[in-house]
Design a protein around this ligand. Structure first.
Ligand code: SAH
Length: 237
């Protein structure tokens, strides 16, 4: 379960973008702690585009304080562009987003907290989270736009939690389909290789090549037709 917590959000456009992201990345709850704008305004809906249905889904809640928003959560990360680099300030000692995501993936409920566009999160707010999380970026200007920071964070969590995507709908080629492709490659190799050693190398390099990525059934089908036709043209009848 993923809960996004926004503290004191000031911009309707940003909130609209974040609502859209919550639908894009299948966020279970969006909690707004003391928002400075009307979360149900037309402007928010406009920037949420087809994510606007998320606003009326019951998944958006408004809370008075961060303590209540964090209740019942297994692991939490407060985010900031400002972190301690010389070890003197424990509150601002941060971990990278990727590390947080890997740790968080072992928990069933995860919260990520984002601050105000103007001043971020207070030290007191940061202290309420298990971790301070920083998105690696140019040290000369590491301050991301709020909605962009949310986007990067949600994508990272989406990946480590292995949530669904359109890629799941691609039918991968079956093992026997790859074998048929290999059979035709071997037939061609037998014709063109100059000796046994080269025959083995040609066959092996193809075998490994076609397994380096997950090929779809359609791709393997097309490749097999192509290779078979070459074989039929060059074989000695
Ligand atoms: N001047 C503010 C900037 C806030 S940017 C400050 O001093 O913090 C708004 C929010 O975006 C931040 O509170 C944080 O939640 C998120 N954010 C921006 N850049 C980030 C970064 N590099 N890493 C993690 N979170 C970031």
């Amino acid at each position: 379960m993923i809960r996004v917590i926004l503290v004191g959000t000031e911009g309707e456009i940003n909130l609209g973008f974040i609502v859209r992201l919550c639908r894009n990345f299948d966020v279970d709850e969006l909690i707004l702690v003391k928002p400075q704008i009307d979360p149900f305004s037309d402007e928010v809906r406009r920037f949420a585009a087809n994510g606007a249905i998320y606003i009326d889904s019951g998944k958006v809640k408004i809370y008075e304080n961060l303590d209540d928003a964090l209740r019942g959560i297994g692991i939490s990360g407060c985010t900031s562009s400002v972190i301690d680099v010389d070890g003197g300030d424990i509150v601002r000692k941060a971990i990278e987003l990727e590390e947080f995501a890997n740790i968080a993936s072992k928990y069933s409920s995860i919260a990520v907290v984002f601050g105000r566009e103007s001043v971020g999160l207070t030290r007191e707010e940061i202290s309420k989270c298990d971790f301070l999380v920083h998105i690696a970026s140019n040290p000369e200007y590491p301050v991301l736009n709020l909605s962009h920071a949310v986007a990067i964070t949600l994508y990272m969590l989406y990946k480590v939690l292995r949530k669904h995507s359109l890629f799941d709908r691609i039918e991968p080629a079956q093992e026997n389909e790859l074998r048929i492709l290999e059979k035709y490659i071997d037939e061609i190799v037998n014709i063109v290789a100059s000796d046994e050693k080269q025959r083995e190398s040609f066959s092996l390099v193809f075998k490994r090549f076609i397994r380096r990525t997950t090929l779809s059934r359609a791709e393997v089908g097309l490749l097999t037709t192509f290779i078979r036709r070459i074989y039929n043209k060059i074989r000695v009848r």
